[in-house]
Design a protein around this ligand. Structure first.
Ligand SMILES: [Zn+2]
Length: 283
């Protein structure tokens, strides 16, 4: 469920800026695409910048000396911290315990359709998907499992929203969609706004995790088993995610339901099936 991800969690910043900025971003150079801001480790606030709806005032929550950032395993990004040139936005590194084959990709995920087809799944490629996205993906370290909370009938009535977004949040809202028949829809190859703030944005944030929006009402909110999901759709969900995690070297433990990754906990309810059962099925 895509909700108001980008806005959630920014309440403190909104209050702060309301007192200090008189409605203007702290620096014109900090007016950047919200997805770029997120990828740099910043938080975006709407209404303080001119330009498109995606151009927002970006503020870093962890400004520090770039050398110190690097020494702690982080990556520094320029342009969203005030002060001297060596003060940059530090994004937490993966740390010394990081294992697995995933690596920075910094590209569009143009192989998505082939990965799913190779797993024997039915795949529909939406026009323009290979160039659709807010920017390139920084890496592929996690997979977030969602449901759309859409209409009660139809194959994939939420498809257009996932593709183009809403008035308050520009699309794409996920790279992949899953219809009730078990058919996969490839919507975007680039960064998509599905995650919002997560327990670890370096793994589960929009820049680093693939998002899948499966068509479902999401009701009742009951996470035991998968009894409210068509079996063909649930089996396809498992098979597709299994193919993706194997293709990108993602361990099963990094396949999370949105409700497990979103912070604060309880912010998101999706998906309404057992993620333990889902992960067990991934093998
Ligand atoms: Zn969601």
């Amino acid at each position: 469920m895509f909700g108001i991800d980008l806005l959630t969690g920014l309440i403190c910043l909104v209050v702060f800026y309301a007192r200090t900025s008189n409605g203007q971003c702290w620096s014109n150079s900090a007016c950047i695409d919200a997805g770029q801001c997120s990828a740099k480790g910043g938080s975006s606030q709407a209404g303080l910048c001119s330009g498109g709806n995606n151009i927002r005032c970006c503020t870093c929550n962890n400004c520090m000396d770039a050398t110190a950032c690097s020494a702690s395993g982080g990556t520094s990004y320029a342009g969203i911290c005030p002060g001297a040139a060596n003060i940059k936005c530090c994004v937490k590194g993966d740390g010394p315990s990081e294992t697995g084959s995933y690596r920075p990709v910094n590209k569009m995920l143009t192989e998505l359709a082939d990965i799913l087809r190779a797993a024997g799944l039915t795949v529909v490629e939406e026009d323009g998907w290979k160039t659709r996205g807010h920017r390139v993906m920084s890496s592929v370290k996690g997979i977030l499992v969602h449901h759309t909370a859409g209409a009660a009938t139809g194959e994939f009535p939420s498809k257009n929203v996932v593709k183009v977004g809403r008035s308050d949040l520009a699309g794409p809202l996920a790279q992949l969609g899953l219809g009730r028949s078990g058919t996969w829809y490839v919507i975007a190859a680039g960064l998509s706004y599905h995650a919002g703030k997560t327990i670890d944005d370096s793994i589960f944030g929009n820049a680093n995790a693939i998002g899948i929006e499966a068509e479902a009402t999401g009701t009742p909110v009951d996470n035991a088993g998968h009894k409210y999901w068509p079996e063909v759709q649930w089996q396809s969900y498992v098979r597709g995610v299994k193919a993706l995690k194997e293709a990108y070297g993602i361990p099963t433990a990094r396949v999370l339901g949105h409700r497990e990754a979103a912070v604060p906990l309880g912010r998101k309810p999706d998906p309404n099936f057992s993620m333990d059962e889902f992960r067990a099925a991934l093998g």
